[in-house]
Write a protein that binds this ligand. Sequence first.
Ligand SMILES: [Zn+2]
Length: 129
Amino acid sequence: MKTVERVTDMEFDLSKLQEAAADLAQKAVQGVNYVAQKGKETYDRLSLENELNKAQRQLGSYYYNQVRMGADHGSAMAECIANIDSIMDALSELDGAAAAVQEKGDACPVCGAEPTPDAMFCPKCGTKL
Ligand SMILES: [Zn+2]
């Protein structure tokens, strides 16, 4: 009789365990998606900042040549300035998108719950935020 009870207990625990494992797997997928999204934003920002630096250096060197050597780089400089403007636009667009996400409140990377902005831990799953 005792053995049967034990088996039943074990089966019960096993199904609980499977449930927990499935839950964990789902949370892991959500976490990976979150990190991938953050990674892409960081990459976009870095490559834009890199482009901006390049364009600004280019503009500086055009300007230097123009002043020091009297070379006329006017049209190249105008093109460069337009390029810088469009990079700045893209950067502020990225900032706008990030701010919109921030406003909505950062969802928990593990369970997707939306804690209050000042919460240190997710109220649903306890993940440190
Ligand atoms: Zn959570």
